[in-house]
Ligand binder design. Structure first.
Ligand code: ATP
Length: 195
């Protein structure tokens, strides 16, 4: 089984995946992999160069994140174009990765835009992590050393928590009052009955 885990910025996806890791569940961190694929996948690289120009990469072949970021950040059309290149590549790569996790009861793919990208459709079950906006803002400000307005801007580009919860098979509440370990254990037990 392939399980998707998502949630809005600062909701605690990565923190929760670390708990699943302690249960020996293999995790695919899609956002990290996307960055790697933009450098390592020649097909992705070629498409990025075609759409964004040769300056998207420096002389060493490394991605110029600032150059690309400046183009896509305030330009939804260009962001969509980038997503059209990257999301299918991540989807292919993650499904191939999942097939290789032979000994695992199930695998988890962690992706911030799992639902927005449409890639949630290839998942067997979806976990959505929720947390109050104020808490998410405070956590991301502390983690990334950024301003509140930066977090709000990033949050505004994501689908609402309510829309995501509507598609969820399981919801994890990360509001500081509910034990994450207990919630993860409960979902793990439920998933183990399905494998
Ligand atoms: P992003 O979408 O930005 O990648 P995320 O959903 O993966 O974020 P995390 O990185 O797991 O979120 O959490 C955001 C920050 O909040 C991290 O610094 C993390 O350590 C902290 N955090 C998450 N959950 C809790 C919690 N229950 N108690 C205290 N700190 C937490």
């Amino acid at each position: 089984m392939n399980i998707g885990i998502t949630g809005n910025i600062g909701s605690g996806k990565t923190t929760i995946c670390r708990i699943f890791e302690t249960l020996e569940i293999p995790i695919y961190y899609a956002d990290d992999q996307a960055k790697k694929l933009m450098v390592d996948d020649l097909n992705v690289k070629e498409q990025v160069k075609l759409v964004f120009g040769l300056s998207a990469y420096d002389d060493d072949g490394e991605l110029d994140k600032k150059y690309l970021g400046d183009i896509v950040f305030n330009n939804p059309k260009m962001l969509t174009k980038l997503n059209y290149i990257v999301h299918p590549a991540v989807e292919r790569h993650s499904l191939a990765w999942a097939k290789k996790q032979k000994g695992a009861s199930y695998t988890i793919k962690e992706a911030a835009l799992l639902i927005e990208s449409g890639n949630y459709k290839s998942m067997d079950k979806i976990i959505v992590v929720t947390a109050p906006l104020d808490l998410r803002i405070a956590r991301v400000m502390a983690r990334d050393k950024v301003e509140k307005s930066d977090v709000l801007l990033r949050n505004s580009k994501q689908m609402s928590e309510e829309e995501k919860v509507a598609l969820a098979d399981y919801v994890i509440i990360n509001d500081g009052n509910h034990s994450l370990v207990k919630q993860v254990q409960k979902i793990h037990q439920q998933l183990m009955t399905l494998v």
